[in-house]
Design a protein around this ligand. Structure first.
Ligand code: TTP
Length: 395
């Protein structure tokens, strides 16, 4: 099966993290976000990958190259991000769509076993049972096949949400030019509707699935995938450090004396932790990042090259690449009124649905010493704070 993985989106909702790094390349455990979809497809038996790229395409191409895990990879360029059907159509126009094909979202996390079932049952679509389907595309079924899909219905016909993975028959290639939807995009779900008219499409139910659209979902994606890692110590860990739970210390990483790590935690190659730091799950310490003396990091993503070197607390936060937190920078991750923390997405304050959420710092953010950062704070790439400042407004 050929798997088309969509990775051309702008990732506007995940800003500031996508300001300098395209969303498909943001870190989720030990690889970029989009590699999880590509790996799931390959684990399920895909013999060819087509990546649709657009926004910041070079970084994606560089990661996957022409062959990835011995599977050939081709690229189709979508020049304008006009929607998911338009993205697949870019693959068709590039002559890359022969025979039946699967389509996966490059920003979704799937269980590989589910993708295997999807391939076996072509034509098929993955579905996940959710408590409140009103915010999803919802499938209706009839006698074990999919009879329709409706976007964000007030009265959902079932609790089966579209999990963004499709196995299409070859004929679907002719139906990719669908009209624009209400939000002005050409949607793959409209292609699915057309397929449903002429083919018996099987719903493949999955236990677990995630769509990573907003910064706290990147944190949740890391919680999932770091939680799945098996402990492994390949790096240099001091005898005077204490590690418990599933902890991965990659080759080339250093854990100094006095450090306590409670897994699941992943410390990537080139990173340094300690002395006397406390790191607890689920936390990613990215390549060449450093976490220094008397620093506590909890349930956070510290991206490649970031530094939190002295006397700091970071909880439930995402720090972009090369962020530098000055000594004594403290993150608050809980509101005193106990409400869910809100965050700014496309100019609007929205609930994260999380009681605990700290800050999101874009690449290269620098905080002054003793900065106090409030829950749900968004610091855009390159922003700075002054020494001793309490920062409770985005900047
Ligand atoms: P979305 O999450 O709808 O779009 P996005 O990733 O650009 O994010 P945002 O809405 O925050 O701007 O996209 C779903 C998947 O489809 C994702 O993997 C990106 C991909 N995609 C394309 O490849 N081309 C497109 O034109 C669009 C809209 C999405």
């Amino acid at each position: 099966m050929k798997a088309v993985v969509l990775a051309a989106g702008k990732g506007t909702r995940i800003r500031p993290l996508s300001e300098t790094v395209p969303k498909p390349m943001l870190p989720v455990a030990d690889r970029p976000l989009s590699a999880h979809a590509v790996d799931a497809a390959i684990d399920a038996g895909a013999d060819e990958i087509v990546l649709v790229v657009g926004y910041e395409a070079e970084a994606v191409r560089e990661h996957f190259g022409a062959t990835y895990r011995d599977v050939p990879v081709s690229y189709a360029v979508q020049t304008e991000q006009n929607g998911t059907a338009d993205a697949v159509n870019a693959a068709r126009k590039a002559g890359l769509l022969e025979g039946p094909f699967a389509v996966l979202n490059g920003d979704n996390l799937y269980e590989p076993a589910a993708i295997e079932r999807l391939f076996e049952r072509t034509p098929a679509v993955c579905a996940v049972a959710v408590d409140d389907p009103r915010n999803y595309g919802v499938l209706s079924t009839d006698d074990g096949t999919v009879s329709g899909i409706v976007e964000k219905p007030d009265e959902p016909p079932t609790n089966l949400a579209n999990a963004g993975a499709y196995a299409f028959p070859a004929k679907a290639r002719e139906w990719l030019e669908v009209p624009a939807s209400e939000r002005g995009e050409h949607e793959i779900t409209d292609v699915l509707s057309r397929v449903i008219e002429e083919f018996a499409v099987t719903p493949v139910t999955v236990d677990r699935w995630m769509d990573v659209g907003r910064p706290w979902e990147l944190l949740e994606a890391n919680e999932w995938k770091i939680g799945d890692l098996e402990g492994r110590i390949d790096g240099d860990v001091s005898d005077a450090a204490h590690l418990e739970g599933n902890v991965v210390v990659e080759d080339g990483a250093t854990v100094k004396p006095g450090v306590v790590i409670e897994g699941p935690v992943l410390i990537r190659s080139g990173a340094t932790v300690g002395p006397n730091a406390y790191v607890r799950g689920a936390t990613l310490i990215g390549e060449d990042a450093s976490v220094g003396n008397a620093v506590e990091i909890k349930n956070s993503v510290v991206s490649a090259g970031a530094a939190v070197n002295h006397l700091s607390y970071v909880g439930d936060s995402v720090l972009g690449r090369a962020v530098n937190f000055g000594a004594g920078t403290t993150v608050a991750n809980l509101r005193h009124d106990d409400d869910d923390v809100t965050f700014t997405v496309k100019g609007e304050r929205v609930s994260t649905g999380r009681r605990k959420f700290g800050v999101v710092a874009g690449d290269g953010v620098k905080t002054g010493i003793n900065s106090s950062l409030t829950p749900g704070l968004r610091l855009d790439a390159g922003a700075t704070t002054r020494p001793g400042e309490t920062v409770d407004r985005d900047r």
